[in-house]
Design a protein around this ligand. Structure first.
Ligand code: GLA
Length: 382
């Protein structure tokens, strides 16, 4: 599938700029469990997938830079010495942000042209943004010999998101997209930014995604609010992040926080524990256990952390009614996007059909079912 994207950006690049480009593929990600804990220094369990963004990039001698988003049929021209955030929500902020953050590290980027095309729908909770950022930083690093390590590159991508896009995201998405390993998920410790790969072979079960095809507004501000709430509680507890807290610690400051924020911090502590238990369940091949933890994660995201929405809850309820689904939950930042489902292979088709039908009846719109393979991280395509 990515081969088609690569071919398209390459052909378009040669047609537009009359030159051979460098080709980069940067994947999106799933997350098995560990939601909203990356910015709390916790454990997450993502994997890069076989869907993402293809970029064709090359130096430019025209005296300025051009970036083209083929999917959006949108072209921008810009100068490297005049970078500033563009209007909120516009795709060029990902490009400007990455370039500006590279410059902030005193690395010199020359003029360049870049063309993108992707196959992850925006707002699906599969990190098309991280895929885009990583494709830019990876391409520029190669083209201008910047000597950046992969870890430096993902920190640049993350800063671009903070300072140009306005989302104070954690490191999970950029990490998974950059460091993905074929057929593996990564148990990532967000405190040290080090991961342990787990080969994922669920035998007669598999992971599928169902996209609600909704993205509720305010999700960015709600995200940033959650993050500051967590940070203020960590401060009250005199610790760096909630990763260092136990439920007992939290109990001691119960009078100093609102009941809502108490539940949010409690969720974070419990979700970090669930993620570690999920890793153990995978080691033990205990899919029932893994499924129960995944349902537990959704329950917390819905009722304690409050980042779900009726469409996501509905799809998880459909899963719960079906014995062949061992676990389901919302995935990513929330307020829309996909659910991830752990389901018996034989029953995938029947469940996908019944859930889609029920969804259509309830919301009068379509959901989309995605099949994914766990794939390699951001890389140059020869
Ligand atoms: C978004 C952010 C990530 C992470 C998830 C929630 O995808 O970019 O850093 O916080 O939400 O787990």
């Amino acid at each position: 599938m990515s081969a088609v994207l690569i071919k398209d950006v390459k052909e378009e690049f040669i047609k537009t700029f009359k030159e051979q480009p460098l080709l980069v593929f940067s994947p999106g990600r799933i997350n098995i469990i560990g939601e909203h804990v990356d910015y709390n220094g916790g454990f997450v369990f993502p994997a890069a997938v076989d869907k993402g963004i293809a970029a064709a990039i090359q130096k430019s001698d025209s005296g300025s830079c051009t970036a083209i988003a083929l999917d959006l049929d949108s072209t921008i021209e810009f100068d490297l010495d005049k970078l500033k955030p563009s209007k909120e929500g516009s795709w060029e902020n990902y490009v400007f942000g990455v370039v500006a953050e590279i410059q902030n590290r005193n690395k010199v980027v020359g003029d360049f042209n870049i063309i993108f095309k992707g196959n992850i729908p925006g707002g699906a909770g599969m990190s098309s943004s991280a895929a885009l950022e990583n494709s830019v930083v990876f391409g520029l690093n190669e083209l201008f010999d910047l000597g950046l390590t992969k870890t430096e590159m993902i920190l640049i991508s993350q800063k671009a998101e903070h300072n140009y896009v306005g989302v104070n995201c954690g490191i999970m998405d950029q990490y998974a997209s950059m460091f993905g390993i074929e057929n593996n998920a990564l148990l990532l410790d967000c405190r040290t930014i080090e991961a342990k790969p787990y080969e994922i072979d669920f035998k007669d079960h598999q992971l599928i995604l169902i996209n609600t095809n909704v993205k509720h507004s305010l999700s960015d501000s709600a995200y940033n609010d959650r993050r500051s709430a967590c940070e203020s509680i960590a401060k009250l507890l005199n610790i760096e992040t909630l990763r260092e807290a136990t439920e007992a610690d939290l109990e001691k400051i119960i009078d100093k926080v609102t009941p809502e924020n108490y539940q949010k911090a409690l969720f974070v502590i419990q979700e970090i524990a669930r993620t570690q238990k999920a890793a153990k369940a995978i080691e033990d091949n205990d899919l029932e256990k893994l499924g129960a933890l995944i349902y537990g994660s959704h329950n917390g995201l819905q009722h304690q952390y409050k980042v779900s929405c009726s469409e996501l809850d509905f799809l998880v309820d459909q899963a719960k009614k079906n014995k062949s689904v061992l676990g389901a939950r919302m995935m990513g930042g929330g307020f829309g996007g996909c659910t991830i489902n752990l389901i018996a292979r034989d029953e995938v088709k029947a469940f996908a059909e019944s859930a889609s039908k029920a969804y259509k009846n309830k919301f009068d719109k379509e959901c989309s079912v995605y099949f994914i393979e766990l794939a390699e991280g951001t890389h140059i395509v020869q």
